[in-house]
Design a protein around this ligand. Structure first.
Ligand SMILES: [Mg+2]
Length: 131
């Protein structure tokens, strides 16, 4: 299982296209605010790379569909997906030929039951499929 939160990642990249998940990655699902450390890390990442925040909430086109990357020019570039879920972010990475970095999920404990359930399923499947 991943043992680093987003803000704890080493980010030596520059000129990389990065698709960054929001819920569970930058803040717990259902929260509105992000911690200052997260905002700092995000600014650091944005300074040197092309960062696309991509959430499945309220979007018609959802990860893992490669259509979620529509409009982003990835030709000849290194592409990285950072997220907390294998079944959305991990498969999305696979579908667009990107590297996947699974971070340690942020949880508040106040997530709706169905969100907790999807976490349970995702963790179970990623243990089986994702080494
Ligand atoms: Mg997420």
């Amino acid at each position: 299982m991943p043992n680093k939160f987003f803000e704890e990642l080493d980010m030596p990249w520059s000129g990389v296209v990065i698709f960054l998940d929001i819920d569970g990655t930058l803040r717990p699902d259902g929260d509105q605010e992000m911690d200052q450390e997260v905002l700092n890390k995000l600014a650091e990442l944005k300074a040197k790379n092309e960062v696309h925040l991509i959430s499945n909430k309220g979007n018609n086109i959802k990860k893992p569909s490669r259509e979620a990357a529509k409009g982003v020019d990835m030709a000849g570039k290194k592409v990285i997906v950072i997220g907390d879920k294998f079944l959305t972010d991990g498969l999305f990475a696979k579908n667009i030929g990107a590297e996947f970095i699974k971070i340690k999920r942020k949880v508040s404990g106040k997530e709706p039951l169905f969100v907790k359930f999807t976490y349970l399923v995702d963790d179970f499947i990623s243990v089986i499929l994702w080494k």
